[in-house]
Design a protein around this ligand. Structure first.
Ligand code: NAP
Ligand code: MN
Length: 267
C-alpha cells in the first residue's frame, strides 16, 4: 500500500491553497510525492477544506478504497480530523504508522424511474423533496410494510455520520458512528387531521430495506439530493435504501472523539 504518493484534494479557498502548500512541503521532506490530480495509485487522500470538500473529494473520485483524512479550513468541519496547526504532528505520526483505519458503510439508494434503474451512494444522506414549492406526499415502507405517508417538504435517509447534518436540522437524532443503522426523518411534515406521520426520526436495524414511493401525482416533481448534490430523475417511481456493503476508509490519528466534536461544534 506504500506508493509514497499522496493526493491532496483542496477546495478553491485561498487559505486551503496555503495549507495544501504547507502539507506538500512537509510530506516532501519525507520523500512523498504529492499530487492534486487524483492518482489511483496513491496510498492516502488528504482533503483540505470543510465537510463539503471532504464529501466532494470522496464522491468525485468514485468512493476509492484509498484512506481519507481531512484538514479543516472550512466552516464546520465535522469529518476533517485535523486542524491546520496539526499538520507537522500528523506527518510525524503518519510516517511512524501511528494511525488507525476505520471503515464507513455507505448508504445505497436504488432508483426506479420510468426509464432507468440506477444505484447511488451517499456518505451522509439522501433526501427526496419536491422541485416545486408544493408539499410532497411520500409513502414509507420498511421491509415491505407500509409504515407511514410523509406529507411535507420531504424525507431524509441518513447514515450515522450523516445524522449530525441535515437530519439533525430536521429534528432527527444524533447516532453514534459505529452503529449500523439508517434513520428516516421527515422534513417539516404536515401534522394535522388531514395528514399525519411520525413526528420524529425512525432508526432501523441493519439489513433493513426502506422504500420511499412518491404518490402518483408527485412522480413528476420528486427530486433527490445526495450528500447535498442534486440528482435529477425523470419520473421517480420509488427509491429503495439499504446500508451498502460498499465502504470508504477514514484514517484517524485517534484524536477524533465523537462526543467532544458534538459538544465543540454544536453546543
Ligand atoms: P452545505 O449546505 O454547505 O452544508 C451544510 C452544513 O452541514 C455545513 O456547515 C457543513 O459543514 C455541514 N455538514 C456536512 N456534513 C456534516 C455532518 N456529517 N455532520 C455535521 N455537519 C455536517 O453543503 P455541504 O457542505 O456540501 O454538505 C452537504 C450536506 O449538507 C448534506 O449531506 C446535508 O446533510 C447537509 N444539508 C443540510 C441542510 C440543513 O441543515 N438545512 C440542508 C441541505 C443540506 P462545512 O461547513 O464544513 O462544509
Ligand atoms: Mn459546506
Amino acid at each position: 500500500m506504500s506508493s509514497k504518493i499522496i493526493n491532496i484534494i483542496k477546495n478553491s479557498k485561498e487559505y486551503s491553497l496555503e495549507i495544501a502548500e504547507h502539507l506538500k512541503t512537509e510530506l516532501e521532506k519525507y520523500g512523498y510525492k504529492t499530487t492534486c490530480e487524483f492518482d489511483s495509485e496513491a496510498e492516502l487522500c488528504i482533503s483540505v477544506g470543510g465537510d463539503g470538500s471532504f464529501l466532494k473529494s470522496v464522491r468525485d473520485n468514485n468512493f476509492p478504497q484509498i484512506p481519507f483524512i481531512g484538514v479543516n479550513t472550512g466552516t464546520l468541519g465535522f469529518y476533517p480530523e485535523l486542524s491546520p496547526e496539526d499538520i507537522d504532528f500528523f506527518v510525524r505520526e503518519y510516517i511512524k504508522g501511528n494511525y488507525s483505519l476505520n471503515k464507513l458503510n455507505l448508504l445505497k439508494g436504488e432508483i426506479h424511474s420510468e426509464k432507468l434503474k440506477d444505484e447511488i451512494y451517499a456518505i451522509n444522506d439522501i433526501s427526496i423533496k419536491n422541485e416545486i414549492c408544493k408539499a410532497i406526499h411520500l409513502a414509507v415502507f420498511i421491509d415491505d410494510n407500509h409504515l407511514q405517508t410523509i406529507s411535507g417538504d420531504g424525507v431524509i435517509i441518513s447514515t450515522p455520520m450523516g445524522s449530525s447534518a441535515y437530519n439533525y436540522s430536521a429534528g432527527g437524532s444524533l447516532v453514534y458512528p459505529s452503529l449500523n443503522t439508517m434513520q428516516i426523518t421527515p422534513i417539516a411534515p404536515l401534522i394535522s387531521n388531514a395528514y399525519r406521520c411520525l413526528s420524529s426520526g425512525v432508526i432501523v436495524p441493519p439489513k433493513t430495506k426502506i422504500v420511499i414511493k412518491p404518490e402518483l401525482d408527485y412522480i413528476d416533481s420528486a427530486v433527490l439530493c445526495v450528500d447535498g448534490e442534486s440528482y435529477i430523475v425523470n419520473k421517480l417511481q420509488k427509491c429503495d435504501f439499504f446500508i451498502s456493503e460498499k465502504t470508504i476508509t477514514i484514517l484517524s490519528l485517534g484524536t477524533f472523539n465523537y462526543w467532544k466534536v458534538i459538544k465543540d461544534k454544536f453546543l
